[in-house]
Design a binder for this molecule. Structure first.
Ligand code: FPP
Length: 239
């Protein structure tokens, strides 16, 4: 039987740089186009049954890029977070983040906190933006929080379960993604949702992120629906 539409989709929006290079444009324009693609996709995906979308906007490794590119991406994030605050004031989008925001500028941290607060009770698509995000860093911070609670006598070592670890991650409260899409053909997880994607299906397309459309999303969902998800067990009738 076909799988249902995934409730949570993670997206590694890769290929913005290559898209810009092909067009002889600065890399930042590739990211600008990538943000437009995401914006359109969020609107087009309404009513399809997808409830949560987590996008990889800036990784803990992206600080290695040039200052120009970093400030370009941060500028785009600032622009869109403010746009979502304004444009979505009367809409149903909920916006969240994962990642260590303390490395971002104070104004950006304030804008993100304001957007999260104003949208927290909404029931439409739940967009989580991964900013200064790395799975290993997220897991490290979760382990630190748990260790502190054990030290403070709030937890016993035997209380540490997989569920408790999930509840200490930045993504606590959001179900694990059933599907992860990666554009531009790379076959890597790149430190994205490593804990949460233990049983996720991966869909890789050669399309560069700025060229990704709602039809590509539908293709990814169709491919997911035809996968045989076994979670380590067996689905076939035993002989
Ligand atoms: C990877 O492409 C993309 C990024 C590092 C940045 C993605 C950020 C955005 C699309 C802005 C997001 C906006 C919102 C509102 C969440 P790359 O530069 O690694 O591409 P390349 O591999 O072709 O060089």
């Amino acid at each position: 039987m076909a799988n249902a539409v995934p409730k949570h989709i993670g997206i590694i929006m890769d290929g913005n740089g290559r898209w810009a290079k092909k067009k002889h444009l600065p890399r930042v324009l590739g990211h600008q186009q990538g943000a437009k693609t995401l914006d359109k996709l969020l609107n087009d995906a309404r009513g399809m049954g997808v409830e949560h979308i987590t996008v990889y906007a800036f990784s803990t490794e992206n600080w290695k890029r040039t200052e120009d590119e970093i400030s370009g991406i941060m500028g785009i994030l600032r622009e869109y977070i403010n746009k979502y605050f304004r444009d979505y004031a009367n809409s149903d989008f909920r916006v969240d983040s994962v990642g260590d925001l303390t490395a971002l500028t104070e104004d950006l941290q304030r804008d993100i906190a304001r957007l999260k607060e104003v949208s927290k009770d909404r029931t439409g698509i739940h967009l989580t933006i991964a900013m200064n995000y790395g799975s290993r860093d997220e897991i490290k911070r979760a382990v630190q929080k748990i260790a502190q609670e054990v030290k403070d006598g709030k937890l016993e070592v035997s209380d540490i379960t997989e569920e408790l670890i999930s509840d200490h991650l930045d993504s606590a409260g959001t179900p694990d993604p059933e599907l992860i899409i990666r554009t531009s053909g790379e076959l890597r997880t790149s430190n994205f949702l490593l804990w949460q994607s233990a049983y996720s299906e991966y869909y890789i397309t050669d399309k560069l992120w700025p060229d990704f459309t709602i039809d590509d999303l539908k293709d990814a969902i169709k491919a997911y629906q035809n996968r045989d998800r076994r979670f380590g067990g067996r689905n076939e009738v035993s002989k």
